[in-house]
Design a protein around this ligand. Structure first.
Ligand SMILES: [Ca+2]
Ligand SMILES: [Ca+2]
Ligand SMILES: [Ca+2]
Ligand SMILES: [Ca+2]
Length: 393
């Protein structure tokens, strides 16, 4: 019988881990269609599915199996289910353990299919160890903090079905700073464009931290920060609607390099040019320790009313995704149900370009809207301590 061969593009991963230590792969690579399957046994497309581990039989396999059954000597077509393993391993999660190790978890025991592992930019691979469903790669040199690496390799299951995959990761950051999303104006104007202020509670290295306008499962823009040491108390401004002028400079060194709207000499400015800005009515901003890593801080806002009869609780479709993602990562707390209601987010209704949404001057973080208020007109303080004044309608 002729065996079929093929290379397939993967479709969205089955598993979206729930808690803070999210799968670094399931989110960033498999979902992005970057993993490829190669199997000597079958050619079939795996369809997207939800749930835990169940996989529908690809349609392309059915004639193949029927032939096998009828050819098998003495086989009983009404007998027990056919049990040959025809599916390649599925990568379920990946984790950077430290500056020299990465581990991968598959859905079945794996072996190394080919000794060649390609890492770009290059880092020497010293060890490859498989232990049941787990594979650990050891590097012979430290990863550079925040560097964008790609790793390519192949594993196989006991039946010889192999999986070639690509995995993108940020170089290990041993000093992830503690930051808060501190102020933002989702309803910016021409002169006071949409801006996000981060405040540094505890300094460290920014390398590889990822700020998204939105959350894991829905975001419009993201910025991955370069490897820069930042001290306690530093203000970082991410200009969400940069115009792209030459004076808009990402500040790697000095804090006074950048000009541009809302830039200050006391804060570190970064720019997202050509971006749509922040959603004016229902949005979220989430800061991750690295792509696919845990959430450092997040905020969600809305102008909508709760609807207890609505399966989306009154949220827009997008708002409900933000609320669900932040709830499942324990980054925003609901007192009422598993997913926060719109009324439990920060109320954006009275905000304008200069009436920004702010934490207190000495910021606190309870992962609820209690930490936030709308400041009076012209009360925005991008790049400096927030105002405790509250807008009165
Ligand atoms: Ca298998
Ligand atoms: Ca600056
Ligand atoms: Ca928080
Ligand atoms: Ca401020």
């Amino acid at each position: 019988m002729r065996r079929q061969q093929g290379i397939f593009r993967a479709v969205p991963a089955a598993v979206i881990p729930k808690r803070n230590e999210r799968s670094e792969l399931a989110h960033s690579r498999v979902r992005a269609g970057k993993a490829r399957f190669h199997t000597p046994r079958l050619a079939a497309r795996l369809e997207p599915h939800s749930g835990s581990g169940h996989r529908a039989l690809p349609w392309g396999m059915i004639p193949f199996i029927i032939v096998l059954i009828t050819c098998a000597p003495g086989s009983d077509v009404n007998g027990p289910p056919f049990s040959v393993d025809l599916l390649p391993p599925v990568l379920q999660s990946a984790k950077t353990l430290d500056e020299r190790h990465i581990s991968f978890l598959f859905d079945e025991p794996v072996e190394i299919a080919a000794t060649e592992v390609v890492v770009v930019p290059p880092i020497p691979v010293d060890t490859m160890k498989t232990e049941e469903k787990k594979l650990t790669i050891g590097f012979g040199a430290d990863q550079d903090i925040g560097e964008a690496y790609t790793l390519r390799m192949s594993v196989a299951d006991e039946a010889g079905n192999s999986l070639s995959f690509l995995y993108c990761f940020s170089g290990w950051n041993p000093r992830v700073p503690v930051l808060l999303v501190n102020e933002l104006n989702p309803r910016g104007s021409g002169n006071t464009p949409d801006c996000i202020e981060l405040f540094t509670i505890r300094g460290g290295n920014l390398g590889g931290l990822c700020l998204r306008i939105g959350t894991d499962n829905r975001y419009s823009e993201e910025i991955v920060f370069p490897a820069i040491e930042i001290p306690d108390g530093e203000y970082i401004l991410v200009h969400a609607k940069a115009v792209g002028s030459t004076e808009e400079i990402d500040e790697h060194d000095d804090l006074d390099e950048s000009g541009g709207l809302l830039a200050t000499d006391t804060a570190r400015d970064f720019w997202i040019p050509g971006a749509p800005g922040l959603p004016g009515n229902n949005g979220a901003v989430t800061l991750y320790a690295r792509k696919g890593g845990p959430i450092i801080d997040a905020v969600i806002w809305s102008d909508r009313a709760d609807d207890t009869d609505d399966e989306k609780l009154g949220w827009t479709s997008e708002g409900y995704i933000f609320a669900s993602d932040l709830a499942s990562a324990d980054a925003w707390i609901s007192e009422i149900s598993d997913v926060p209601y719109p009324s439990e987010s920060v109320n954006v209704s009275y905000s304008t370009a200069t009436r920004s949404l702010c934490r207190a001057e000495v910021p606190e973080d309870s992962d609820t809207s209690i930490d936030w208020h709308t400041v009076p007109t012209r009360g925005q303080t991008f790049g400096r301590p927030n105002s405790n004044e509250i807008y009165v309608p």
